[in-house]
Design a protein around this ligand. Sequence first.
Ligand code: HMG
Ligand code: MG
Length: 304
Amino acid sequence: MMEHARIVEVGPRDGLQNEKQSISTATKLELIERLVAAGLRDIEAASFVSPKWVPQMADHVEIMRGLVHHDGVNYPVLTPNLKGFEAAVAEGAKEVAVFASASEGFSQKNINCSIDESIDRFVPVFEAARRLGVRVRGYVSCAIDCPYDGAIAPGKVADVAQRLHELGSYEVSLADTIGTATPGSLLPMLEAVAKRVPVAQLAGHYHDTYGMAIANVVASYGFGLRVFDSSIAGLGGCPYAKGATGNVATEDVVYLLHGLGAETGIDLDVLVDCGAWISAALNRQTGSRVSRALIAKRPATAVA
Ligand code: HMG
Ligand code: MG
């Protein structure tokens, strides 16, 4: 039987949130349409966070109003509290993501509260979401290391993941926020979490700062995970995790998963065009090795 793996594209959110140059709403919307054309079905479109904290996501309302709706395509948005949730739902959001941290230091720096306080803020979000039929995804940041607190114990990650699961997250995404994990540190964390949350409801969200993200996807796949977050052209980074680079590139994850015999529903050629387009729009080299290799093989006339 063919294995199936799902990719959650976080480029328009995680990929762009840290960009210093202002990116037009039209460019973001075109990026999302190109991702849909490549076959992505879960695309994080925006964040309903404070524009003072993340200015690049300030056009969240315009993004929601400009999204083209396609059958089977989900556009989750980040919501740190009830205020963000209500604003997102008023604009038609059907899926949101709440984000907690396994480390106190990052929780304070990223959302200005302790881990416990963040969970308290999420409770009314989950309640309202249940009432309104909105799906909620949960994130656990700093599942390996924290830029402020250092190494994080797997049990701590499992505690936070379990709380998000019990509150009603349909899936919990485990984030290597600063991209320091190797399979050696990742697998004990996955083992601890999997004792509390079913593996089928876990996702891997790996940043690629040390070039280990693709190795971590392989290790996670072997462990049983079938959902991975990634960012087109490897864009990204969190403004409150200094020095952390982008997520693992979607092109690289798709190439890997297809090589492992998993079906993703994504057309790699169209995806590579999309990555080349956004890299040109941002005036930078792609972070995807697969994209560079495939573009180098194309006839000189074939330009994205
Ligand atoms: P705060 O300052 O503690 O909030 O920020 P507050 O409740 O005291 O309110 C202060 C002001 O913010 C008020 O406005 C509120 O109305 C406003 P003022 O009266 O001063 O004009 N406010 C909001 N505005 C818009 N949307 C909202 C909202 N809530 C309050 N939802 C807050 C707390 C959580 C809002 C802030 O810290 C924040 O916005 N943080 C977001 C940080 C962020 O987006 N980080 C990046 C995403 S997470 C990430 O990248 C990690 C991930 O990729 C996984 C991984 O890799 O680890 C997911
Ligand atoms: Mg991230």
